[in-house]
Write a protein that binds this ligand. Structure first.
Ligand SMILES: Cc1cc2nc3c(=O)[nH]c(=O)nc-3n(C[C@H](O)[C@H](O)[C@H](O)COP(=O)(O)OP(=O)(O)OC[C@H]3O[C@@H](n4cnc5c(N)ncnc54)[C@H](O)[C@@H]3O)c2cc1C
Ligand SMILES: *[C@@H]1O[C@H](CO)[C@@H](O)[C@H](O)[C@H]1NC(C)=O
Ligand SMILES: *[C@@H]1O[C@H](CO)[C@@H](O)[C@H](O)[C@H]1NC(C)=O
Ligand SMILES: *[C@@H]1O[C@H](CO)[C@@H](O)[C@H](O)[C@H]1NC(C)=O
Ligand SMILES: *[C@@H]1O[C@H](CO)[C@@H](O)[C@H](O)[C@H]1NC(C)=O
Ligand SMILES: *[C@@H]1O[C@H](CO)[C@@H](O)[C@H](O)[C@H]1NC(C)=O
Length: 543
C-alpha cells in the first residue's frame, strides 16, 4: 500500500518527504544512485542544424552549465552546411559578396537572435545597409500594371505623413494592433508562460488565438483597418514574407509582417548566429549525416537513432546507429524522412507548404523604366492584387504581377572589368523565364526575350553576369487554426516544428528550440529530485 502510494506520487512529480518519510538508509541509497547517474553524461541528439536545432543546443548547454549536469550533445544535419533555411551564396563565387538565399532579416523585438548575435560577437547591420540607394524611391507596391504606392527615403512604414494623408487612421490602427499583438507574443518569453509544454494552451493564455483563428482580412476588418490599406500595404508584406494573400494567411502572421522596426541582418550571413550557437554549445556537429529512423528502447525509454553518412562525393555510406536519452526533431517532420518506432500516439499533420522560387542574379542593367512605367523604378518592388481580383484565398494567388517581389540588393564590381553590376533577388511562385527578365531589365539585344520557354542561363553574360536559382519549401500556408503541434511527441522525444503554423521565422524557431531545451532541463530536474528525495518539486508542480 505504502509503496504504490509512493509510486503514484512520484509519477506526478511530487516528492512529499513529510508525507512518506524516507528512512536514512533509503536516502543514502538514493544518493548513491544519483551520483552514479550524475557522472554519466546525458546523451542528447538534435536532428537539424537550423535556427531551432542550434538554439536548442545553445540553451541546453547553458542550462546544463548552470546545474552542473554533464551533457553530451550530438547534432545531425543532412545538408553539408549549418543554418538550414538560413544560408548564403556568393555572387561570382566571390566570398566577399555573400548574399542571403533564405531568411534575410530579423527585427529588434526578436530578442533571442539579437541577444545571441551580441553575445557571440557578430556584427549586425541594418537590413538596407548595402542597398545602392541610387533613387529616393526605395519601395513601391506594384499590382501588375501600376504602382499603387511608393515610399521615399525609408524602409519604415511608420512616421510617414503620406501614409496618413492617403489612408487616414488605418496606418495608426494597424500600428497599434501590431504593438499590442507583439506585446502578447512577448509574454511567451517569460515565466509563467515560458517554458510551455503546450503551444496551443500558451497561445490561448496570452490571448493570441483571436488572431490565429481568423484570416488576416477578417482580423484587420474586425479591428477597423480599411480594406485599401490592407490590400496596398499589409498584403504587399504578407506576399513578400509568406507568398500568401490576406484572405488566406491568419491574422497573427499578417500583423507580425508589419513589425518591421529595426530590421537587421548579420554582416556576412545570418547563418553565423546558428553556427556560433553550435560552437558555443560544444556539440558534436555532424554535417552530411542524415537520420533515417529512430526507435524507442524499452524499458528505459532511450532512443536509438539510425543515421547515414555520405562521403565527399555525396555517396551514402552504410547506416550506423547510436543511443540517446533525449531526441529533438528540429525541423518540419513531414520533410525529415524519419521513421519513428513505435508509431507516435499523435503524428503531426502534414500541412501544405509554399513553393517559392528564389532567383538571384547580377546585371549591369537597372530595372526597366518602360516595363514599370516609372522614371525611376523603386529599389524594392512588392506586389499586391489589383482591386476586385478574387484570388486572395487560393494558394495560387500571385495574380497579374506574376512575382512576389524584386529587390535590388547591392552593387558589386564585375570580375575582369571595371563595371558596376546590380545584384537582384526575385521571389516568384514559378521559375523566372528569360523573357520575363528581358522585360524587367529592358533588354533589346537578344532573341531570348522573345521565347517564353527560355531560361535565365540562356541570356548573354553581358546582360546576366551571374545567377543562382533555388526552389524552397520556405514556410507553411498559414491557414487559420487554434491548435498547434506540441513540443512533446513521446517520452524523451521533442519537436520544434509546431511553431511554424503559429509564426514561421528564424526567431520563433529559435524560441521553440530554447523552449524544448528548458522542458528537457526541467524533466531532468524532476528526475533528479525524485532520486535525491529533495522536496523543491512541490513548488513547481502543477497539481
Ligand atoms: C527564401 C526564404 C526567406 C525567408 N525569409 C525570412 C526572413 O526574412 N526572416 C525570418 O525570420 N525568416 C525567414 N524565413 C523563414 C526561416 O528561414 C525559417 O523559419 C527558419 O530558418 C526555420 O528554422 P528551423 O531550424 O526551424 O528549420 P530549418 O532551417 O529548415 O532547419 C531544419 C534542418 O534540419 C535538417 N534535417 C531535416 N531532416 C533531417 C534528417 N532526417 N537528418 C538530418 N538533418 C535533417 C535540414 O537539413 C535543416 O537544415 C525565410 C525562409 C526562406 C526559405
Ligand atoms: C558523446 O556522444 C558521442 C556520439 O556523438 C559519442 O561518440 C561519445 O562517446 C559521447 N561521449 C561521452 C563522454 O559520452
Ligand atoms: C536579452 O538580453 C536582455 C538584456 O541582457 C535581457 O533582459 C533579456 O531577457 C534577453 N532576452 C532573451 C530572450 O534572451
Ligand atoms: C476575441 O474575440 C472575442 C469574440 O470575437 C471578443 O469578444 C474579444 O474581445 C476578442 N479579444 C481580443 C483580445 O481581441
Ligand atoms: C559534405 O559533403 C559535401 C559534398 O557532398 C563535401 O563537399 C563536404 O566536404 C562534406 N563535408 C564534410 C564535413 O564531410
Ligand atoms: C534598349 O533600347 C533602347 C532604345 O533603343 C535604349 O535606350 C536602351 O538603352 C536599350 N536597353 C538595353 C538594355 O540595351
Amino acid at each position: 500500500m505504502e509503496l504504490s502510494l509512493r509510486l503514484w506520487l512520484l509519477y506526478y512529480g511530487v516528492i512529499a518527504q513529510y508525507l512518506i518519510p524516507f528512512s536514512n538508509a533509503d536516502q543514502q541509497q538514493q544518493h548513491v544512485v544519483t551520483s552514479d547517474s550524475l557522472s554519466k553524461p546525458k546523451q542528447v541528439a538534435i536532428i537539424g542544424a537550423g535556427a531551432a536545432g542550434s538554439s536548442t543546443a545553445y540553451a541546453l548547454r547553458k542550462y546544463a552549465d548552470q546545474t552542473s549536469i554533464p551533457l553530451n550533445i550530438t547534432v545531425f544535419e543532412r545538408n553539408s552546411y549549418i543554418g538550414g533555411r538560413s544560408t548564403t551564396v556568393d555572387v561570382f563565387d566571390d566570398p566577399s559578396y555573400p548574399i542571403e538565399l533564405g531568411a534575410s532579416i530579423f527585427v529588434k523585438v526578436n530578442t533571442n537572435l539579437v541577444n545571441a548575435s551580441r553575445d557571440l560577437g557578430l556584427s549586425i547591420k541594418s537590413a538596407s545597409d548595402t542597398r545602392p540607394k541610387e533613387t529616393d524611391d526605395t519601395l513601391g507596391v506594384w499590382d501588375g500594371e501600376q504602382f499603387l504606392f511608393i515610399l521615399k527615403d525609408t524602409y519604415s512604414w511608420w512616421n510617414v505623413a503620406k501614409l496618413i494623408w492617403r489612408y487616414g487612421w488605418a496606418p495608426v490602427r494597424t500600428q497599434n494592433l501590431m504593438k499590442s499583438t507583439v506585446q502578447k507574443f512577448m509574454r511567451l518569453y517569460e515565466p509563467p508562460f515560458f517554458p510551455f509544454a503546450s503551444l496551443s494552451s500558451a497561445a490561448e493564455a496570452v490571448g493570441l488565438l483571436n488572431s490565429t483563428s481568423t484570416p488576416g482580412e477578417v482580423f484587420l476588418a474586425d479591428n477597423d483597418v480599411s480594406s485599401d490599406f490592407a490590400r496596398d500595404i499589409i498584403q504587399a508584406s504578407t506576399r513578400v514574407n509568406y507568398g500568401q494573400n490576406l484572405p488566406l494567411i491568419h491574422g497573427l502572421e499578417a500583423i507580425v509582417c508589419m513589425a518591421t522596426d529595426g530590421a537587421m541582418a548579420i554582416d556576412g550571413g545570418n547563418w553565423q548566429i546558428f553556427d556560433g550557437m553550435l560552437r558555443s554549445s560544444n556539440s558534436d556537429v555532424r554535417v552530411n549525416q542524415s537520420v533515417s529512423a529512430i526507435t524507442r528502447n524499452n524499458p528505459d525509454e532511450t532512443w536509438t537513432v539510425k543515421y547515414q553518412t555520405s562521403d565527399a562525393t555525396g555517396t551514402p555510406n552504410r547506416e550506423q546507429s547510436l543511443s540517446f536519452d533525449e531526441v529533438v526533431i528540429a525541423g518540419p517532420l513531414q520533410y525529415s524522412d524519419i521513421s519513428i518506432t513505435p508509431p507516435l500516439p499523435h503524428i503531426p499533420d502534414d500541412i501544405p507548404f509554399v513553393k517559392l522560387h528564389v532567383t538571384l542574379f547580377s546585371s549591369p542593367h537597372r530595372l526597366s523604366t518602360k516595363y514599370f512605367n516609372s522614371q525611376n523604378p523603386p529599389e524594392t518592388i512588392l506586389t499586391t492584387l489589383p482591386p476586385g481580383t478574387n484570388l486572395g484565398s487560393t494558394q495560387k494567388g500571385v495574380g497579374p504581377a506574376g512575382f512576389w517581389s524584386i529587390s535590388t540588393l547591392r552593387t558589386v564590381n564585375a570580375p575582369d572589368s571595371a563595371e558596376t553590376h546590380y545584384v537582384y533577388k526575385i521571389f516568384s511562385p514559378e521559375q523566372v523565364t528569360a523573357e520575363f527578365l528581358g522585360n524587367i531589365l529592358g533588354l533589346n539585344d537578344t532573341d531570348a526575350h522573345t521565347a517564353a520557354d527560355t531560361h535565365i542561363g540562356d541570356l548573354p553574360k553581358h546582360d546576366i553576369s551571374w545567377y543562382h536559382e533555388k526552389i524552397w519549401r520556405p514556410y507553411p500556408y498559414l491557414y487559420p487554426r487554434v491548435t498547434f503541434e506540441e513540443p512533446v511527441l513521446a517520452p524523451n522525444l521533442w519537436y520544434t516544428g509546431g511553431i511554424e503554423s503559429f509564426i514561421s521565422t528564424m526567431e520563433t524557431s529559435a524560441l521553440m528550440g530554447k523552449n524544448v531545451a528548458a522542458l528537457i532541463a526541467q524533466s531532468w530536474e524532476v528526475q533528479d529530485e525524485v532520486m535525491l528525495g529533495d522536496d523543491p518539486v512541490l513548488d513547481r508542480t502543477e497539481l
